[in-house]
Ligand binder design. Sequence first.
Ligand SMILES: NC(=O)c1ccc[n+]([C@@H]2O[C@H](COP(=O)([O-])OP(=O)(O)OC[C@H]3O[C@@H](n4cnc5c(N)ncnc54)[C@H](OP(=O)(O)O)[C@@H]3O)[C@@H](O)[C@H]2O)c1
Length: 384
Amino acid sequence: MKNITILGSTGSIGTNALKVIKEKKDKFKVIGISGYSNFDLLKKQIEEFQPKYICIGSKSAAEELKILYPEKIIYFGDEGLKNMGALDEADIVLTAISGSIGIEATVEAIKKEKRIALANKETMVAAGEYINKLLKKYPKAEVIPVDSEHSALFQSMQGSGKNEVKTLIITASGGTFRGKTLEYLKNVTVEEALKHPNWSMGKKITIDSSTLVNKGLEVIEAHMLFNIDYDNIEVLVHPQSIVHSMVEFVDSSIIAQIGVPDMKLPIQYAFTYPDREASTALEKLNLKKLKELTFDEINSDVFKGVQLAFKAGRIGKSMPCVFNSANEVAVELFLKGKIKFLDIYEIIESAMAQHELKAIETLEIIKNIDKETRKWVYENYGRD
Ligand SMILES: NC(=O)c1ccc[n+]([C@@H]2O[C@H](COP(=O)([O-])OP(=O)(O)OC[C@H]3O[C@@H](n4cnc5c(N)ncnc54)[C@H](OP(=O)(O)O)[C@@H]3O)[C@@H](O)[C@H]2O)c1
């Protein structure tokens, strides 16, 4: 029996993880869950899964939960999340919070040498260099990717030596606006940007998919997770979202992981790795129904998310953190109707241009850069 903590249980990844666990109650036990604002869903999850530890966004909501569930240990806010990452009883911590707020809890889980099932890609982007140093210091901690592309890369690399890997080929659905022109994108609405063709996900990642910043974040995440040079990472548009990513090896052989677009598989694999297990929660891919699998170049003149990420990644040090923080605020402003879709790129570009590069040596430095970048974006683009 593996004890699991889910940070972000009320989100898209979190609810999928609970579906995985529900089908395998003999193997997995939920010991901790965290939500932020969705009180009702968190309550439902507490009643169904009976975790011992719970975390919610505000103190007042935590007090309400304490009255309802006096026998439970209830935390709240950022400090609460850190406690959740550090629970001694946990074997696996699934980080499924959206945004860089997930970093500190992940750091705590590494210090406790847990398995981290990492969905929160922003952690590896903003703090990848720091996390990698920490993983060397705490060698029993392990990060197993949950992001479908990185899970696919990880699965494709099983049994191979690192120096046999030539190129990581990350696939992209192309997002909501695949094939559209700059002219078209000028006036797209929030509602349009939130309609993803293949995946059902949280709002932030859905907007990131439509700008292809999500793919950019994944490029940096792949570099940080697998220690592969940016020159050896490629992104291809694959609208069918069946090939979740591929690895090209030095002998030109390409190994891909393919399956239905459903996050339950990478979530379960991160829980069961190195084993694979059957589950009724997992849908089988019907190969006979596949009409075509296509792969194309990204149109970087229109969708700048990937090229900006390569630039930030190659500069390194604090730049990926700036790329991520500027994007987080830009997406928030877009969702609030304060900026237009294409302003997201302008905000990332100008935040990167004004930034003075720093080495990422401590968590404090990362937190400060994140704070400064957010402030700069709000001041320059967020005023009414
Ligand atoms: N969804 C996918 O298919 C997918 C695929 C690959 C990777 N990912 C990555 O997985 C992560 C989660 O994505 P998602 O789509 O599941 O996001 P989501 O549906 O928006 O869920 C986010 C979760 O984080 C919680 N949360 C939000 N703000 C918080 C804060 N300030 N403090 C603490 N908790 C907070 C939310 O709580 P409330 O809802 O209660 O407010 C919710 O539980 C992201 O990093 C994303 O890039 C997602």
